[in-house]
Design a protein around this ligand. Structure first.
Ligand code: FMN
Length: 318
């Protein structure tokens, strides 16, 4: 599949817009992917949208062995947001490769997501997964905010993050995206470390570390106490970070955080994102990614952009 999608013009609305974009060497039909952990293994969403009409999807983060997450309650609702502490519950790499991937149509762009507690685990996952012909690339989850070990430990420590990226880079030559944590003081520094250790692109942001309290029960809402906040509540934080990172590195950025409609997605692209991921919104509207992709093309056409890719970094700041 190649990034050659075009959208037909509305009557009298000018030329068709080229919708295809390149993300870290992955040709996408349009810039809208769905975010890891919010879109299952793809097949769950097939009744709601045409998987081959979205840019692609990032599968649930995988571990080498199947993994059970935290006990319930592990999700909660907050103002304009969602709190979760699922903790990387997943089927494991073998079942993913042998059962989940073959169930997907050939034209779907699938990016795998890897999680581990040691760089060597991420590297083994990357080398096993990237060999599969249906896998377009891998995203390294260096940012899960609510597991006891791994994830955020890497994303918050510049030395560990560099070691992780270098180790995975040695294990695969396929497109390598690193998913950054917002739970850091200087996001641009973390981004530069990933770039210098060989990452092909960056995805940001993962959920913001947060908690909520049930006052009647005098207990935390989540069994894990701490969780990750996602949804529209985090969008301005995500936009700020995408903007800062896009200024700091030359590799492409995939913008994530609270995207609900095309206008939100365009904001990320104007701030420097080459593509975007839709997460929490999938729970409210499982066809959101397709709707958002159409809306971005429409925005580009209305604003005289021949290519959706030309929106990237087109923010006027003076
Ligand atoms: C229920 C849930 C599970 C998630 N699981 C993962 C995961 O397995 N791996 C990962 O990298 N991010 C995971 N995320 C984070 C999302 O991919 C995304 O980065 C975050 O939710 C922010 O985007 P959003 O505001 O559009 O949801 C999860 C988010 C939610 C809400």
């Amino acid at each position: 599949m190649s990034g050659t999608g075009t959208s037909p013009p509305d009557e009298g609305a000018g030329e068709p817009v080229e919708e295809g974009v390149d993300l870290a060497g992955i040709a996408l039909r349009n810039p809208v992917l769905t975010a890891s952990g919010t879109f299952g293994y793809g097949t769950e969403f097939a009744p709601f949208l045409d998987l081959e009409k979205i840019g692609g999807f990032v599968a649930k983060s995988l571990t080498l062995e199947p993994r059970f997450g935290n006990p319930p309650p592990r999700i909660g609702e907050t103002p304009s947001g969602m709190l979760n502490a699922i903790s990387i519950e997943n089927v494991g790499v073998r079942a993913f490769l042998e059962e989940k991937l073959p169930a997907l149509p050939d034209g779907v762009v699938v990016i795998a997501s890897a999680f581990g507690t040691e760089p060597a685990q991420y590297a083994e996952l990357a080398s096993r997964v990237c060999e599969h012909p249906k896998i377009a690339g891998i995203e390294i989850n260096a940012s899960c905010p609510h597991v006891k070990a791994g994830g955020i430990e890497f994303g918050q420590d510049p030395r560990l993050l560099g070691e992780l990226v270098a180790t995975v880079r040695r294990a695969t030559s396929g497109p390598l995206l690193i998913k950054l944590s917002p739970n850091v003081t200087r996001i641009a520094e973390m981004a530069k470390i990933c770039e210098s250790e060989g990452a092909d692109g960056l995805s940001l942001i993962n959920a913001v570390q947060a908690m909520e309290v049930d006052v009647e029960a005098r207990r935390p809402v989540l069994s894990n106490v701490l969780g990750g906040l996602s949804g529209p509540a985090i969008r301005p934080i995500a936009l700020r970070m995408v903007w800062q990172v896009a200024q700091a590195v030359d590799i492409p950025v995939c913008g994530i955080g609270g995207i609900t409609d095309a206008e939100d997605a365009v904001k990320f692209m104007l701030c420097g994102a080459s593509a975007v991921q839709v997460g929490t919104t999938n729970y409210l509207d499982p066809a959101a990614a397709e709707r958002i992709a159409r809306g971005i093309a429409d925005y580009a056409r209305r604003h005289g952009f021949a290519r959706v890719a030309d929106l990237t970094g087109a923010l006027e700041t003076d």
